[in-house]
Design a binder for this molecule. Structure first.
Ligand SMILES: *Cc1c(COP(=O)(O)O)cnc(C)c1O
Length: 456
C-alpha cells in the first residue's frame, strides 16, 4: 500500500522537512498501538553513548538517523510506564486517545498562557476542569489551570494560600509563616515550604495513618502563624485519605487555608465505591490531581483548582510593560499558577474524557480498585503473605512473612530483570515491606496473584 506523501513548501533555513515529519508521525502511530516491552529500562549514560554515537554535530545527522537512534537506543533505555505489571511507584497508563491527542496538541502549537492566544484550547481545558470541580462538589465559579505536575501544583496553591494570609492578616508575622502537614504528606510539600521560606509544623497522624481534625486543632491552638494545612487525599506510599471533614471544621474555625493534595488519589472522586472517603473535600480551598497518574493522561499534567480563583490571580498574575495590554477580565491560565508560557497540557486529558465519556472514566478507576481488592483478598488468604495495613484506595502494602530487606530487593530486582513485574520494597513504620500501586485498568488481578506465588 502506498501512503500519500506530505507536501510542504521548503523552508529557507530548515529546507524540506516533510520526510522527517512523516517518519516521526509514523513512528508515533505505531508506538501508540503496540504493546510496551517490560524489559526496556534505564542504562548507564556510558552504555547509551557507546550505542548512540555522536548526535549533535555542526551539520546534523539528519532526521532519519536521529529517529533511528531514538528507536533503537534511546527509547529502549526508558522504562515502560504503561506495562500492566508496572506496579511500582505510580506509573501512568494513558488512553491511546490521550496520547494521540498529545501529538495534536503539539502540532497545533498553541500558547496556552493567555486567553487571547489560546482561547479555544483553554475553553476545552476548562471543560475538563469543570468535571473535576463537579466531582469535588465545589461551586461552578471555582476553577484553575493545568500545570506540569503535583509538585508545581502544590507550590502554586500554597503560594496563593500564603499571599492570601498575608493580605487578610495584614502582613508577615515577625516569626515567619508556618505550614501544617503530616509526615505522610508528599515530599513536594517540603520542597514548597523551602521555596516559600516557611516552616513546617508536623501534625502527628493517628494509628490509621490519618491526619485528624483533633491533632490539627492541637497544633493550631499553639501555632498562630499557620497559614495553611495540607491534607492528603491518597498518600503516595499508603494510599490513605486524611480525615477531610474534620480538618475542614478546624480550618474554618481557625481561618486557615485547606489545601488537598490528591495528585494520585484524587481520581478516586470519580469512583462511587470510595467517594465517601473524600467527604469534606467540598469545603477545601485548593486541590490538585495529576491526570498523568490515575486519570489516564500522558505526562505531564496536573489539574490545579481553587475555590476562589480570584485569590490565585492576585498572587500569580505577572505584570510587565510588554504585558500591559493583556486582558485581565478573561480566563488566563498564566495568572493562576507559577508560570507564564505554557503548553495547553490539559488538552490530551480533555480529548480522552470527551472521547470516552465520564462513565467510562468512572469504570476505569473502579477497575483498578477492584483489581487491588482482589489481590488484597489473595494476600489475606495466603499463608506466606500478610497485608500490613488495610488498603483505602489502590495501594497495597504487604510483607512476605520472615523476609528481610535484602531478600525483598533480591526478589524485586530479579522480577524486574526478567520483565515479570515491577514491584519494589518501601518502608512502612520503619519496616521494609512490598508495595503495589494499581492505576492501570489493564492490570489483571490473576496475573499479579500468580507472580506473588514466587514469593514463597
Ligand atoms: C506524585 C505525587 C506528587 C507529586 O506529583 P508530580 O506530578 O510527580 O510532581 C505530589 N503529591 C502526591 C500525593 C503524589 O502522589
Amino acid at each position: 500500500m502506498t501512503k500519500p506523501h506530505l507536501h510542504a513548501e521548503p523552508h529557507p533555513i530548515w529546507g524540506d522537512e516533510s520526510a522527517v515529519v512523516e517518519l516521526a508521525v509514523d513512528w508515533s502511530a505505531r508506538r501508540v498501538v503496540r504493546h510496551t516491552d517490560p524489559l526496556s529500562t534505564a542504562r548507564p549514560a556510558s552504555a547509551i553513548a557507546a550505542d548512540a554515537g555522536p548526535t549533535i554535530t555542526p551539520s546534523g545527522i539528519g532526521g532519519a538517523a536521529a529517529l533511528r537512534v531514538f528507536d533503537t537506543v534511546l527509547e529502549p533505555a526508558t522504562r515502560s510506564q504503561d506495562d500492566p505489571l508496572n506496579l511500582a511507584y505510580i506509573a501512568a497508563a494513558p488512553t491511546r486517545a490521550a496520547i494521540a491527542f498529545d501529538l495534536v496538541t503539539s502540532a497545533a502549537n498553541i500558547f496556552g498562557g493567555l486567553w487571547e492566544a489560546g482561547a479555544g484550547a483553554i475553553y476545552a481545558e476548562n471543560e475538563a476542569l469543570a468535571w473535576i470541580v463537579g466531582l469535588l462538589g465545589w461551586p461552578s465559579t471555582a476553577g484553575g489551570c493545568f500545570v506540569s505536575g503535583g509538585t508545581s501544583g502544590n507550590l502554586s496553591a500554597l503560594m496563593t494560600a500564603r499571599e492570601t494570609a498575608r493580605t487578610r492578616r495584614g502582613g508577615r508575622p515577625a516569626e515567619g509563616w508556618q505550614l501544617a502537614s503530616s509526615s505522610n504528606a508528599h515530599s513536594s510539600i517540603q520542597s514548597a515550604a523551602r521555596a516559600l521560606d516557611v516552616d513546617i509544623v508536623d501534625v502527628p497522624v493517628d494509628d490509621r495513618g490519618h491526619l485528624t481534625g483533633a491533632a490539627l486543632r492541637a497544633v493550631l491552638e499553639r501555632s498562630p502563624n499557620v497559614f495553611a494545612v495540607v491534607a492528603s487525599a491518597g498518600t503516595t506510599n499508603e494510599g490513605v485519605v486524611d480525615d477531610l471533614d474534620d480538618i475542614a471544621d478546624v480550618c474554618e474555625e481557625f481561618g486557615v487555608w485547606m489545601h488537598v493534595d490528591g495528585a494520585y488519589g484524587g481520581a478516586g472522586l470519580a469512583a462511587p465505591s470510595v467517594r465517601e472517603l473524600f467527604a469534606g473535600i467540598e469545603r477545601a480551598d485548593s486541590f490538585i490531581v495529576d491526570p498523568h497518574k490515575w486519570l489516564f493522561a500522558p505526562y505531564d499534567c496536573c489539574a490545579l483548582v481553587y475555590r476562589d480563583p480570584q485569590l490565585a490571580r492576585a498572587t500569580h498574575a505577572q505584570h510587565a510593560s510588554y504585558l500591559d495590554h493583556v486582558d485581565r477580565e478573561v480566563w488566563n491560565p498564566s495568572e493562576l499558577a507559577l508560570h507564564l508560557s505554557r503548553r495547553a497540557r490539559g488538552l490530551p486529558f480533555w480529548f480522552s474524557l470527551a472521547t470516552h465519556g465520564t462513565d467510562r472514566y468512572r469504570n476505569a478507576v473502579e477497575a483498578s480498585l477492584t483489581t487491588s481488592r482482589v489481590v488484597a483478598d489473595a494476600i489475606r488468604s495466603s499463608d506466606h503473605l500478610r497485608l500490613v495495613r488495610e488498603p483505602e484506595l489502590s495501594v497495597l502494602l504487604f510483607e512476605r512473612v520472615g523476609w528481610t530487606q535484602a531478600q525483598y530487593l533480591e526478589w524485586s530486582n530479579a522480577a524486574a530483570h526478567a520483565g515479570v513485574i515491577l514491584c519494589v520494597p518501601t518502608t512502612w513504620r520503619g519496616r521494609s515491606v512490598l508495595r503495589l500501586a494499581f492505576v492501570n485498568p489493564a492490570t489483571e488481578a490473576q496475573r499479579v496473584i500468580d507472580v506473588l506465588e514466587t514469593l514463597r
